[in-house]
Write a protein that binds this ligand. Structure first.
Ligand code: IMP
Length: 200
């Protein structure tokens, strides 16, 4: 693992990039992002987190002719039939997450359900230019709060309270969040895979 000093993370999402950077920095791995490399945005046409992560990772791997990782993730709310799920980014009007949060709280209220259970899911795909790939999944369960709290993190963090805590993800520092988050858990599996297989 230590011989690999750089890894391309095919994402333009600064929230995700900084989390993945924080998690790989202690291993001495520098993360190059879609922003650093000016990778083109890829249309997410998949119906699952894994399909979308594969589409993004493979496009980058082919473009750069080297193994790349990408993630796809989202918030699945039980009383909304698992929505917004793979559409979490597009669910927020103009990708404005203040509006997205408001929309989600309204939609959940309209269900009249008292069930506020939800989970974040993440699939990280490591893809090779040949098309070969490996997927790593992570999930964190929790509840949707009735109002926003905290200003750390990104996306739907201010309304997601992980099980066993009484504060939202936006009230966690990044080290704490990465230990239990969907992305942190998926990344741990990727790190174990790279370690067991002596790198890429
Ligand atoms: P995509 O994976 O680029 O399609 O975007 C996933 C979307 O899900 C993000 O834009 C966020 O809205 C949401 N999301 C994924 N992970 C998190 C997280 O850790 N916190 C808050 N929102 C998240």
């Amino acid at each position: 693992m230590q011989k690999y000093k750089e890894l391309i993370f095919a994402s333009h999402n600064n929230g995700k990039i900084s989390e993945i950077r924080d998690m790989l920095a202690p291993l001495g791995i520098k993360v190059l992002s879609g922003n650093d490399l000016e990778l083109p945005d890829v249309e997410e046409t998949g119906k699952t987190f894994e399909e979308n992560a594969y589409i993004k990772a493979l496009a980058a791997a082919k473009e750069k002719n080297m193994p790349c990782i990408a993630d796809d993730s989202g918030l699945c709310v039980d009383a909304m039939g698992g929505r917004p799920g793979v559409y979490s980014a597009r669910y927020a009007p103009n990708r404005d997450f203040n509006k997205g949060i408001e929309k989600l709280l309204n939609e959940l209220a309209e269900t009249k359900s008292s069930n506020r259970a939800a989970h974040f899911s993440c699939v990280i795909v490591l893809a090779y230019p040949s098309g070969k790939y490996k997927a790593f999944e992570g999930r964190v369960d929790g509840n949707i709060s009735t109002h926003k709290s905290g200003d750390a993190g990104f996306g739907y963090d201010p309304i997601f309270v992980p099980t066993g805590f009484n504060r939202s993800f936006a009230e966690f520092d990044s080290v704490e969040k990465n230990k239990i988050s969907h992305r942190g858990r998926a990344l741990q599996k990727l790190i174990s895979y790279l370690t067991d297989n002596d790198g890429l």
